[in-house]
Design a protein around this ligand. Sequence first.
Ligand SMILES: *Cc1c(COP(=O)(O)O)cnc(C)c1O
Length: 468
Amino acid sequence: MIGLHLACEQYMGRHHMDRVLFESTNRRSPAVDLRQALLQGQAPDRGLYIPRSFPSLTRHDLAEFGQLPYCEIAFRVLSGFCQGILAPEDLRSLCRDAYNFEVPLEKVFDRVHVMRLDQGPTASFKDFAARMMARWIGRFVRESGRSLNILTATSGDTGSAVASAFHGVAGIRVLVLFPRGEVSHQQRKQMTTLRDNIRTIAVDGKFDDCQALVKQAFADPDLAGIPLSSANSINIGRLLPQSVYYIYAASRLAEPGEPIVLTVPSGNFGNMMGAVIANAMGLPVRRLVVPVNGNDEFPQFLKTGHYQKIEPSRNCLSNAMNVGHPSNLARLVALYGGQMDETGRIHHPPRLDEMRQKIFSTSVSDERTRDTIRDAWQSHRLMLEPHGAVGWRGFLDYLETDPLSDVPIAVLETAHPAKFPDEIERIIGISPSAPPSLAALDRLPEDNDSMSAEYPLFKAYLLARYGD
Ligand SMILES: *Cc1c(COP(=O)(O)O)cnc(C)c1O
């Protein structure tokens, strides 16, 4: 990434660094520091925050990481972004607290590994970012002496990860809206059994209705007196922690300085932006493979240079990746020198050739996803759920274009197979066993409110609950 290296070279090294500032992809808002970017979520000009410069990791840092546990790598990677905002010892203890679970790298063949990001409390990769973001925001809210209400709309995994991450954080109340008929039994239980500072509303409608209610509340001047923030992946706090596991994978699979191939099954492109950030910080990445499901707007864009969002998004088996216009594309385009606004309009084209050299993308149909779950099990005893299967298939597609040998490779599995027991059992005849976090859910009582998807009702609810 030529453009980004310039940014890195401005620094003498981590210890002499100034505060990292974040600027808006729409380029019409002032740059802010991490604290402000976290608390604001979206920039005032409706753009998304991206780092103006990147703290750099040296070859020496990368060599040291091979001996360090995950939480310590997280501390060292994130400390560059927290300079001047959070004391190093405080950040270190937040990282220890957030990352108290395993990050397994499962060998499949040669140097090819599947990295399972499913050992957190809600069994998807979204725990990694949600847990760090909740600790950052909790800290800053406490320092401000005020309170904050987090509204989030979910189609499943985000709501449970965010609710679990903020559970018990003082000064913060979380309200999750989910579409009554569109979340799985387990996803619902992960949100509705927490209580305390977590409330959930089952909305009679679709995910889009939930999101519309939340957006309208943010824009409503009558609610200006209520401190509201959001926790979806427009928040830069959802991206920075996602750079860490790529660096961790390389520390275990690659020699220091040896380029790695990373594969990331993608929907809203927040996860893959973590890899882009890691690369910008100095992690050598040979190729970033970004498979998508039937929502193929990104591979089409890469191929043709024309961006056409998919409206409404296509319903595929890997439901957390059913995104017809990924909001994080605006960030990717910005890092490659272009500008895309929130509607998907491109004002300046990015350096497409450079993007094509770094990124490979392919679309995997539901039929190929199911075949892959079967083949991976039969050939390698590799248990995949639908999102991970899109990733694995996309990686195999990539291998056909670049027959790698003796290259370190990490393919991400983004959720635990036990979140999709019926689908997996239908295909391979075996039901994945549930980790303790999922198994315990069945014993817990649920508690949620219900509402039809009408804004006046939602507004009255917010005023009654959070107004003074
Ligand atoms: C959210 C999610 C994805 C997609 O991640 P993005 O950052 O939106 O690209 C993939 N797999 C699972 C299991 C998810 O929950």
